[in-house]
Design a protein around this ligand. Structure first.
Ligand code: ADP
Ligand code: MG
Length: 606
């Protein structure tokens, strides 16, 4: 299934095909020199989108992808190299490989499969790393692969040129494969896996909390991107006919990365924009590099003009367009509206399923951060059908307790159980899959995705994605945010001055989106960390009415943290009070109000 409206995808795919075919026809008409340039451009573009499939969607820059291009080139080259040629240039090749002589397309296919398997193995290890550690590890991969190619002389001819590969890559072959690679990248971006990965890129903790297993999605994109790199490698090998390990090392890594970053790595549009820009600039500057005549004035040759030009473009892009020239949206996403949700439809009581009545139990939970004990031996039970309030002064450990219950933090001591299931060491996505959803004190939305996509991810990533669209739309309607479904989450951002001026009431929208996202998991227990923070009285009352209706209709168990004592008193069946990490009181709202320890804790801090 695709996660953006079908018209986005259709426009995108049609655009790609028309552009590529037009360019091919024009280049064919202009002659062999243009054909050469365009063929190399198509092959580079395949590599750039290949890198983008991983780096763009995961947000992790990779320096290692040219390894896969190299593997693709050598594997396919070894397969198509005529047997006699192999006997002459690679006498020590194993017999089965020496005898192998396949056609161009079978060689490409085998190269892609072999590279994908290799990428899977490397990816399983590399996937354990996050952020810049992962990036540095990819650099290690590039260096190791280069070393292996140079060292494995019997098979690769070492640092010498690997030559005699049949020149089978025609302009049309490059064009067709480029179209296929672009379509694959665009479809992946909008696939369930792609959307989850982009959510993880925007906010890893929030993605985990709605059931996304980021490592799994990252591995999928890593292998797919390696396969696309292998395709690019096989094509360049059969275009050049001869190449050496240098071709798949630093220089080209930086050139292709420059294309990706200048264009904008999170979109296919960006990859195309970057590849076109850098190729054009390179082609133009190269003509001036050897000196030129300017209105009768002889300009001297300046070596390095091309490199300086590319450097300046990167600088310009980073200063003026840090997200790349194409920005964060595909071209067609700017023109066509996103998903719409009909606000009139409301949740029908008949459609509501009974929720899992098993309570969640935290037993003797303690959390230490170095010497600081943030939560001290607290036991808590969250029942379905009940609203439990958690209050206490700032820094009393409320958020930390909630983090332990939802898998964001592993407790230093104590256990978290739901019925027979031990959730003490469970990952956030596993907790989400046990019917526990949450929101965050500091709002965590997937900023560059639409409100609809923010909520859809939650529905797709829990309960095996069953009835995902229905759950997504129901949650959006229930929270009264239907009119924002197609907007980007970051346009609703909290405290945005323009929005505040236009309509003060809209400032609470991000909180509502977050709650809708949690509801789309169709949870049986819902944790809300200061959902009314920053809201005025009217908005708070409005939110309270919505929450009351939801819990009444759905029978949800709710754990709510808030400083607004009026809200807590009116909403909650039971209240638990923390102070300096320890529980100081628990009971019905009227008892808590009169409790001397509670009064002391609150007065002592204000
Ligand atoms: P509350 O939500 O009740 O305001 P928190 O649970 O956020 O309180 O914080 C409780 C205490 O733990 C505070 O002193 C806070 O500084 C500390 N704390 C919270 N998270 C961390 C962390 N990740 N590392 C170190 N200290 C933390
Ligand atoms: Mg807090």
């Amino acid at each position: 299934m695709t996660t953006s409206p079908a018209r986005h995808l259709l426009a995108s795919l049609a655009g790609i095909i028309v552009l590529a075919i037009t360019a091919t026809l024009v280049a064919s008409a202009l002659g062999p020199a243009s054909e050469r340039i365009l063929t190399v451009f198509f092959i580079s573009l395949i590599a750039v989108v290949g890198m983008g499939v991983y780096s763009g969607n995961s947000g992790i820059l990779s320096f290692g992808h040219l390894s896969f291009m190299g593997v693709g080139a050598y594997v396919s080259g070894l397969l198509t190299l005529p047997a006699q040629m192999k006997m002459a240039t690679l006498p020590k090749l194993p017999d089965w490989l020496a005898a192998a002589e396949t056609g161009f397309f079978s060689a490409i296919l085998i190269a892609v499969v072999v590279t994908s398997v290799l990428a899977l193995i490397v990816g399983l290890a590399l996937n354990r790393l996050e952020g810049s550690a992962a990036t540095i590890a990819t650099l290690g991969l590039l260096i190791i692969t280069h070393g292996v190619i140079i060292g494995w002389r019997d098979v690769t001819r070492g640092s010498q040129s690997f030559f005699g590969v049949p020149r089978e890559t025609t302009l049309w072959a490059a064009a067709v494969f480029c179209i296929l690679a672009l379509i694959a990248a665009r479809l992946y971006r909008d696939s369930v896996s792609g959307l989850r990965l982009r959510a993880g890129r925007e906010n890893a903790i929030a993605a985990g909390a709605v059931g996304v297993n980021i490592r799994k999605e990252r591995l999928i994109s890593w292998v797919l991107s390696a396969a696309i790199m292998a395709l690019s490698g096989a094509l360049i090998a059969h275009f050049l006919g001869a190449f050496s390990p240098k071709k798949f090392y630093f220089a080209d890594t930086f050139l292709l990365l420059a294309m990706l970053i200048v264009g904008g790595m999170s979109t296919v549009t960006g990859a195309i924009t970057g590849a076109v820009t850098i190729t054009l600039v390179t082609e133009i500057l190269r003509r001036f590099e050897g000196g030129f005549n300017l209105a009768g004035l002889e300009m001297p040759a300046v070596f390095g003009t091309t490199q300086i030009g590319i450097g300046l473009i990167i600088l310009f892009a980073m200063f003026r367009k840090p997200d790349g020239l194409a920005g964060l949206k595909e071209l067609e996403e700017r023109f066509f509206p996103g998903h719409r949700v009909d606000p009139a439809q409301t949740v029908t009581a008949g459609a509501v399923k009974p929720v899992d009545p098993t309570p969640l139990q935290g037993q003797n939970l303690t959390m230490r951060f170095g010497g600081l004990v943030a939560v001290r031996d607290v036991s808590i039970t969250v029942n379905s059908g009940e609203i439990l309030g958690l209050i206490g002064p700032n820094g009393s450990g409320k958020t930390t307790l909630l983090n332990m219950l939802s898998g964001v933090l592993a407790p230093s001591e104590g256990t978290v159980r739901r019925g027979d299931t031990d959730l003490t060491q469970a990952k956030p996505y596993e907790v989400a899959n046990h019917g526990i959803a949450r929101t965050f004190q500091n709002i965590r939305l997937f900023d560059t995705l639409t409100v609809y996509q923010n909520v859809l991810i939650a529905a797709l990533s829990t309960k095996n994605g069953e009835r995902a669209v229905e759950r997504c739309e129901t949650a959006i309607q229930a929270m009264g945010i239907s009119q924002f479904a197609g907007s980007d989450a970051n346009t609703l951002s909290y405290g945005d001055q323009r929005r505040v001026e236009i309509a003060r009431a809209l400032a609470c929208e991000p909180r509502r989106v977050e709650i809708a996202r949690a509801l789309a998991c169709e949870p049986s227990l819902l944790f809300l960390d200061e959902p009314a923070a920053g809201m005025n009285r009217e908005e708070t009352d409005d939110l309270m009415a919505t929450l009351q209706k939801l819990t009444g209709d759905l029978g949800l168990g709710v754990l709510i943290v808030d400083h607004d004592l009026k809200l807590i008193n009116q909403l909650c069946d039971r209240i638990m009070v923390l102070n300096e990490g320890a529980e100081i009181a628990q009971g019905a709202p009227e008892d808590i109000r009169k409790n001397p320890a509670v009064i002391e804790a609150y007065l002592g801090h204000s």
